[in-house]
Write a protein that binds this ligand. Structure first.
Ligand code: AMP
Length: 378
């Protein structure tokens, strides 16, 4: 590997696999800091490609494109977990790559992820792996009903999931998913969902952002509230668990751990080997945002200060809001304490993440009230 000495400083070129909104915000952060950015994404109109110095429009498994990316970049990262682990390994022949292929491989497969979490002693919802229809009966005995059948790979934002109450429903859902490997998960009575975004350096230093309290709508993140309204004990436990996950993975980079809170206890729902939607509040409310932190971790720079400067409520803007000639931006932008972020996506489809806004107020209930009002006004 032709590895550049660390830290990698401004002027160098950084690469990213994936050109969605997370890649776009990474690109903006990196360019703000004086780096050049090369984005690999097959979509010619990708949100990150629009912001990058160079957009390599190719598939993630294209050897020629990976070679070109690796040769041009001092370091490469990813913005989504479904990047083929083999491509990350291929890139390590040319440049620094973070996070590592192993961590990404664990997070991109629910069966693998849940099994890894259990083996390492982390609490999860009760689950069983389903590799064939014949496994469903025993799986339901483990989880109880109702349960959620989730495809192991390529599911996101509630897609590839079905709630099932009986063996017959489980069988029908499994067939609907084409008989692919799944996880059956017990349906948890959620009191709350929280997440922790953190960065871990090569030296094993862990910098945690404040915990976010997350509300979902239809399986998609809707609102994040920070600071999360949880006890100090629960907050400490969430931070400790998130750090322990990163340590045990030997993770380098920014990652997120999503938790369920049920019966006052934490269970890990998912690990994301990248910045996270529930960390978008950091863009306006923290000394360092999660994308600058991604640049810092990737470049081997000291991690940034994660201090919260103001209570904040983040609201996602989905494509559903485009039905009557587009959202009511006037109402939103009339407020000086609201920060709008749009991702440059042309086509607004229902459920597609088009942007988000952060409402900042020294008083958290006031921030949340304005966020709700604007959410309705859009
Ligand atoms: P996921 O894609 O697995 O993160 O699921 C999306 C959302 O669906 C979660 O954030 C929860 O709101 C809900 N959900 C997922 N799994 C469960 C479960 N086992 N019990 C209750 N709600 C769940």
């Amino acid at each position: 590997m032709s590895s550049k000495p660390l830290p990698i400083l401004p002027g160098a070129t950084l690469g990213i696999l994936g050109g969605g909104q997370l890649g776009r915000m990474f690109t903006i952060a990196a360019r703000t800091m004086g780096y050049k950015v090369m984005v690999l994404d097959p979509d010619f109109a990708s949100p990150a490609g629009q912001m990058a110095d160079v957009h390599l429009q190719a598939d993630y498994t294209d050897h020629g494109a990976l070679k070109q990316l690796g040769a041009a970049c001092a370091a490469v990262t990813t913005e989504f977990e479904n990047v083929p682990a083999a491509s990350l390994i291929e890139l390590t022949n040319h440049c620094r790559v973070s996070p590592g292929a192993e961590s990404v491989a664990i997070a991109q497969d629910r069966s693998h992820e849940k099994t890894w979490l259990r083996e390492h002693g982390f609490a999860t919802a009760p689950f069983a792996l389903v590799d064939s229809e014949a496994d469903l009966d025993a799986a339901l005995a483990v989880t109880g009903a109702p349960a959620l059948l989730k495809v192991s790979r390529f599911g996101y934002d509630g897609k590839g999931q079905a709630r099932v109450g009986t063996l017959e429903e489980a069988r029908a859902a499994y067939r609907e998913f084409g008989g692919q490997p799944c996880v059956l998960e017990g349906f948890v009575q959620l009191e709350l969902e929280v997440s922790v975004v953190l960065a871990r350096s090569d030296a094993g230093e862990c910098a945690l952002f404040p915990i976010a309290e997350n509300r979902h709508d239809n399986g998609i993140l809707d609102v994040s509230i920070v600071p999360a309204r949880v006890s100090d004990t629960l907050a400490r436990q969430a931070r400790e668990m998130a750090c322990a996950v990163a340590d045990k993975l030997g993770y380098v980079g920014v990652m997120a751990v999503e938790f369920f809170v049920a019966g006052g206890q934490l269970m890990i729902n998912e690990i994301a080997p990248r910045p996270h939607n529930s960390g978008h509040y950091t863009l306006d409310a923290c000394v360092t945002d999660q994308f600058e932190q991604q640049v810092r971790a990737l470049c081997g720079l000291p991690l940034g200060d994660t201090r919260l400067l103001s209570p904040v409520a983040m609201v996602n803007i989905l494509g559903n809001r485009w039905h009557n000639g587009g959202p009511n931006w006037d109402a939103l932008l009339a407020h000086g304490n609201i920060k709008l972020h749009l991702y440059g996506k042309e086509a607004a489809r229902p459920g597609r993440k088009m942007g988000h806004f952060n409402v900042l107020d020294a008083d958290l209930p006031a921030a949340l009230a304005l966020a709700e009002k604007m959410r309705a006004a859009l």
